[in-house]
Structures are given as structure tokens and as C-alpha cells.
Design a protein around this ligand. Structure first.
Ligand code: NOJ
Ligand code: CA
Length: 670
């Protein structure tokens, strides 16, 4: 399964005549067509048609360069190659293990009077397209990209779902807006045109470039707006060449088609690691939520969370419940400077955290420790200790690390500029040398680099669970928005599964100190309990957390779902859904299946055919549902657990309360 398996790969080359300026390439099924246009001023432009109708009207290509190199004008075509690819490759983990990569490629080589050579590479799939730029500039020692000119000039008004553009954070609330009213947006931005075509604009393989956001330049026209360096330069390169990430447009006839697409992964480079057998998806718990609620602290003191005693308790709980990993935050010196000098020490545990004893105990119990490297944004401090820190953890048998960047970057850098994109990549590559996996919080957006570096497991990159502890929280629509937006890029460490929905236990805890921004009286989880369970299935992460304090799981009947659940799976399918309204997703892990469905503020019932199950097999369906009188506002904790014997011929009525959800595990009956 882990072997790279090419079923079919056909490459057909031909060279078009050099005077051909009007160039078209279509998807394998012929429904998506991209045309490269060169007009009289020799400005490069492209247009996209879907089902024979305009989708992107002529839109510009190119870049501006600060030293005066011409990267946009007067290009003429030297030759055009057309290639086809149809292969199936496998990944060590992921929503789907086997992935079909089926596209038609158009490689257009151009040059301009300054002899700048540009290859525009287009790959057109049945479910969308990507294009990228490959430049070589004779005589340049360095290149300073000052602007990207790529446009997305939409043909029609659409409903859109996105977060605003921001070069430092993605932890923002989603907006549903007519496209013509979006001033700027981060990607993925998802749309539905008035004639019901779904699309999402994003990027793939962002490893050495600033992130792309969109800026509206005319009613339905957007231009790429890149995160800058402190001096305003957008991207800088030593030498005379550079290749950009792919600019991507996913296209689907149904909203769930966007989720079921592998376009972003397919546009990334194949695995660059020699071996991947050391990479393990896992379920985990952690010393974490207590800090966010204020009943424990990261800093050593009376309320310290990461003590040896607590660590042993969490390891015991994990071992007893078949949970593979335990995360400890607040274990190392430096938390007292969080928000100040941000000088964490990654090899100095607090005195009450006995790393030797804890790691010996975890090994004995067969539980993995998940390490934590909070940087506070001080990436220079982190980089100066990176090798030593990873080696230190590896010596204790720790090969999975959660990183964090909660705080400003040094020297005026922002989180999403090229400087930090390089940092994030450097961490992933360095970690691979120690056979260590990374789960990044406050990350760069996910653009599918897990294909190339499968030790890049999961990341945050949207408002996660933590926002419910110290703000108005994430509204019910947020969780049914994420699969259609943020998660199109890749897995998310949202950390679902809070059972103490109203924080009753936390509020009764005499240790609780309000460090947070919001009055504790108002804070709560804005879902039902059944929806929390469903989110373990819906919000895919190969490292999936049961995020509540373990006391809230002890003896709770509904925790059985997490015990049965598998963090990783073999196949996934989004069955039904609309952005911000509802979603139903099924995943297969070996012989087991898991269904997760959730809704926004509206109660609704979905009819789900069980034809995804293996025919002829009887399954025990354990149904974790909202109780008939459940409601996320007035009665969020009311749930039921029912068992039914089902087969692939059956249909389930999935009833969900307002702000609710439903989770079902299907386990073959013996
Ligand atoms: C923000 C992260 O998202 C959260 O998970 C973590 O607990 C804090 N930073 C502290 O590192
Ligand atoms: Ca965060």
C-alpha cells in the first residue's frame, strides 16, 4: 500500500507551430478548457471555460520586478508541448491512500526581447486546474519580485465563503458574501456561481514564495496580493531563476465535489523522504484544555498543568483507552516570557516535569509522548536551537512535535511572507532528519506539501477549539464551513471533542483564574455534544485529539466512539453538504466505517444511503445522536446511543438538532 504504484502513465509530446498564439488545453473529460491569449501589446492572459461557458474572463499573467527586469511584457511563444498523465499513487496516510492523478498539461515556453525565458505550465483536471510560472532571467544575480499580476476575472456573480486577507493570521471568522462585495480574501476562497457551479481558488506547493491572497480590483476582478517582506519586496531569490507555487482553481458541480478532489495534493511533488515507515497517525489526548480554561497554567506554579504527576495520569488514561499519544504543553522553561521576550528553552524542562521518568513510563505503557515547541513567533530563537531540540526529544523517544507561533515575528516579518514560509519548510525538513513529525499551530496555510514531506502531519490555520475558551467562540456554522474552505488545503488540528460543553466542571474548579479575554460566564462550546463527536470524523486530521480534560471522559458512555475511532483512514467520501450549512462525510479505516454529519444553527434530517458499506456484510451501527429535545442553545448535552444491525442496502435518517450532529461507527458483526 505504501509503495508508489503507477497504474498508467502516458506522456504524449508534440510541438505546436511557433506562430500559434491562441492556445487551448482541456481537461481529460473535455469540460474544462483553458486558453492562453497573447494580445497586440503582447500581454499574456488566460481564460477558463467550464461546460462551454465562460468562467474566468481574460485575466493577466506576470510579475513586476524591483530592479527593472521585465517579467510580464512582450513575451512571444517559442513552443508548446502537450502532455497527458494518468497515474495512481499512494500516500502513507491521508483521507484517501490511493490517489488518481489524471490531467492534460500544456507547457508553453516563451521569451521576451530581454531574453527572459518563461515557461507557463498548465495542468487541467476534470475537477479544476493549476498553473505556475518558471522564470530564468539572463544576467540577473538576484531577483526581487515586487508584485504578482495574476488576475482572476470572474465571468459571473457568485456567493462566496472566505476569511479576510491577513498576512499574520487565519484565525478569523468566515463570511458569506456576494463575490462582488469581497474586498480581499485569503485562500481557499470558495464560490457558487448563480448557475450552481462550485469553485475554490487556492494555491499548491507553497514552499519558497509568499502566500497569495486576493484583492478585488474591479467588480468581479481580483488580483493576487502577496505577503511582503519588511522592505516591501514580495519574493526574493539569489541567482536568476524561480518557480512559483501553483495557482489553483477547483471546480465541481456539487459542493462536496470540492472536498472529494485531490487536485491540491496532485500538484505537489512526490515524496522526497527516503522512508516513511516511522510516520504514524494517531489519536491523542493532552495537558492542554485546562490551560485554555484557566484551571491550569503553562508556567510552573500552583496551577501548573505539565507536572510529572499529571503526565503519569494522562499516560495511564491513554493506555487504558487505546489512545496512542499524549501532548504536554507548558513543560519547558520560557513560558514566563510568553508575550515578552519569547525566549523558550527547548531542552530545559521545568523542575516539576521529570522527562526521564515520564518518558520511561510512557514507553513502558506503549504510549507516545507528543512534544511541544511554542516559539511565541521568535523563529530566530527556535532555529538557533532546532537541531539540539529535536535531538533532545529523539533521545527520549519523542518523534512527534506540535509547534506554535503565537506572537509577532522578529524584525518586522509577518507570519505568511516568504521568510517564514522558508522557516516552516526548514522545520519540516530538519524534523524529517530526526524521523520526527510536525503538527504546526499558527502555520502557513496548507497547500498540500504533505505529499512531498509526509512528516508534515497536521496544522491549525483557522479558528480552532481554543477560541471557545476565551472568546465568543466559533459559531455553529463554522464547523460546517471548514470542510468546504480551510480543509480543502489539507488536514486541520482543530482538536474537537469537548464534552463539558458548558464548562460546568471547569467553572466549579476553585483553581480557575480568568486569564482570558472574555467573561467566563459567557464562554461555552457552541454545539451539541453529538456534534463534538461527529467533528472527529468530519474535521480530518491524521493526529486527532480528544481535547477535553480526561476527567470529563472518565465513565462517559459517549467516549466509546473515540475508543473505536481510527485517526487515519483508507478512503473518505463527502456525501452531502453545502458550505456553512451542513455536511456528511464517511471514512473507511480497514473494515470499519465512520460517518460524521453536522449542521449549522438549523435542525435538519439527512437521508443517507449506506451503499458505501461492503456489500453482504452485516455491521453493528453505533449511532451517537442528538436527543429529540437537544438544542445547542438550550439543551446541548442531551444525546442518545442506539445500536442497529445494518447492511449496504439500508438507509439512515440522520436527525440533527439545531447546532447538532450525528456520528455513527459501523463495525462488522462477527
Ligand atoms: C496557540 C495554539 O493554537 C494552542 O493550541 C496552544 O495551546 C497555544 N498557542 C500555546 O502554545
Ligand atoms: Ca492558534
Amino acid at each position: 500500500m505504501r509503495n508508489f504504484l503507477i497504474i498508467l502513465s502516458v506522456l504524449v509530446f508534440f510541438t505546436a507551430c511557433s506562430s500559434d498564439k491562441n492556445t487551448v488545453v482541456t481537461s481529460p473529460d473535455g469540460n474544462v478548457a483553458v486558453t492562453l491569449l497573447t494580445d497586440d501589446s503582447l500581454q499574456l492572459r488566460y481564460q477558463v471555460e467550464v461546460d462551454g461557458k465562460p468562467f474566468i474572463l481574460p485575466s493577466r499573467f506576470g510579475f513586476d520586478e524591483r530592479q527593472g527586469f521585465n517579467l510580464s511584457q512582450s513575451f512571444t511563444i517559442d513552443n508548446i508541448k502537450k502532455n497527458q498523465c494518468d497515474e495512481t499513487w499512494t500516500q502513507p496516510w491521508g483521507e484517501n491512500k490511493a490517489i488518481r492523478n489524471h490531467y492534460n498539461e500544456m507547457e508553453v515556453r516563451l521569451h521576451n526581447p530581454e531574453n527572459v525565458s518563461l515557461t507557463l505550465r498548465f495542468r487541467i483536471f476534470d475537477d479544476g486546474l493549476g498553473f505556475r510560472y518558471e522564470y530564468t532571467v539572463p544576467g540577473a544575480d538576484s531577483l526581487l519580485v515586487s508584485d504578482e499580476l495574476t488576475q482572476f476575472n470572474f465571468a459571473k456573480e457568485a456567493t462566496s465563503w472566505s476569511i479576510p486577507a491577513n498576512f499574520d493570521t487565519y484565525e478569523l471568522l468566515y463570511r458569506r458574501l456576494p463575490l462582488s462585495q469581497v474586498e480581499n480574501a485569503n485562500t481557499p476562497i470558495t464560490l457558487r456561481t448563480d448557475d450552481s457551479l462550485y469553485a475554490s481558488i487556492h494555491e499548491a506547493a507553497l514552499t519558497d514564495f509568499p502566500e497569495m491572497t486576493l484583492l478585488r480590483t474591479d467588480s468581479l476582478q481580483f488580483a493576487a496580493n502577496l505577503a511582503p517582506w519588511p522592505d516591501g519586496v514580495k519574493a526574493r531569490f539569489d541567482g536568476n531563476s524561480f518557480t512559483t507555487p501553483w495557482r489553483t482553481i477547483q471546480i465541481a458541480r456539487e459542493a462536496v465535489g470540492l472536498i472529494n478532489s485531490s487536485l491540491i495534493l496532485n500538484l505537489n511533488e512526490p515524496c522526497a523522504l527516503d522512508s516513511t515507515d516511522w510516520i504514524h497517525p494517531m489519536k491523542y489526548v493532552g495537558v492542554w484544555w485546562g490551560m485554555h480554561l484557566g484551571i491550569e497554567s503553562w508556567v510552573m506554579g500552583d496551577r501548573h498543568g505539565a507536572t510529572t504527576e499529571n503526565a503519569i495520569k494522562y499516560i495511564d488514561f491513554a493506555a487504558k483507552n487505546g489512545i496512542e499519544g499524549v501532548l504536554f504543553e507548558g513543560w519547558n522553561a520560557g513560558w514566563e516570557n510568553w508575550g515578552g521576550s519569547q525566549t523558550f528553552d527547548y531542552t530545559k524542562p521545568y523542575d516539576d516535569f521529570d522527562m526521564k521518568r515520564i518518558s520511561d513510563y510512557a514507553r513502558e505503557k506503549g504510549v507516545k509522548i507528543i512534544g511541544h515547541h511554542e516559539t511565541g513567533g521568535n523563529v530566530l530563537n527556535y532555529e538557533s536551537q532546532l537541531d539540539k531540540a529535536l535531538q533532545w526529544y529523539a533521545d527520549y523517544g519523542v518523534h512527534d512535535v506540535k509547534t506554535g507561533y503565537a506572537g509577532g515575528l522578529p524584525n518586522g516579518h509577518n507570519h505568511h511572507g516568504q521568510f517564514n514560509v522558508r522557516h516552516y519548510r526548514h522545520v519540516v525538513q530538519t524534523a524529517a532528519r530526526y524521523h520526527t513529525t510536525i503538527n504546526a499551530h499558527e502555520p502557513i496555510k496548507d497547500t498540500g506539501i504533505r505529499r512531498t514531506y509526509p512528516n508534515m502531519m497536521s496544522r491549525e490555520g483557522a479558528r480552532g477549539m481554543e477560541w471557545n475558551a476565551w472568546s465568543d467562540g466559533n459559531p455553529p456554522m463554522h464547523h460546517v464551513m471548514l470542510p468546504f474552505t480551510r480543509l480543502l488545503g489539507g488536514p486541520m488540528d482543530y482538536t474537537p471533542g469537548i464534552f463539558d460543553i458548558l464548562y460546568e466542571n471547569a467553572k466549579n474548579n476553585p483553581n480557575r483564574k480568568q486569564w482570558n479575554m472574555k467573561d467566563s460566564k459567557d464562554c461555552r462550546i457552541n454545539t451539541t455534544l453529538a456534534k463534538q463527536i461527529a467533528l472527529w470524523v468530519i474535521l480530518y486530521s491524521p493526529v486527532q485529539m480528544a481535547s477535553d480534560c480526561i476527567e470529563n471522559y472518565e465513565g462517559h458512555p459517549a467516549f466509546q466512539f473515540f475508543r473505536d475511532f481510527e485517526a487515519d483512514c483508507d478512503e473518505s467520501r463527502a456525501l452531502q453538504g453545502e458550505p456553512g450549512e451542513f455536511v456528511a462525510i464517511v471514512r473507511r479505516a480497514g473494515e470499519k466505517y465512520f460517518l460524521g454529519a453536522a449542521t449549522n444553527e438549523e435542525a435538519r434530517t439527512l437521508t443517507v444511503k449506506l451503499d458505501f458499506l461492503k456489500p453482504g456484510v452485516a455491521y453493528d451501527a453505533a449511532i451517537y445522536a442528538d436527543a429529540p429535545d437537544a438544542d445547542w442553545v438550550t439543551n446541548p448535552k442531551a444525546y442518545t446511543i442506539d445500536h442497529r444491525t445494518v447492511t449496504a442496502d439500508d438507509t439512515l435518517e440522520v436527525r440533527m438538532a439545531a447546532g447538532g450532529g450525528q456520528a455513527v461507527s459501523f463495525i462488522p458483526k462477527r
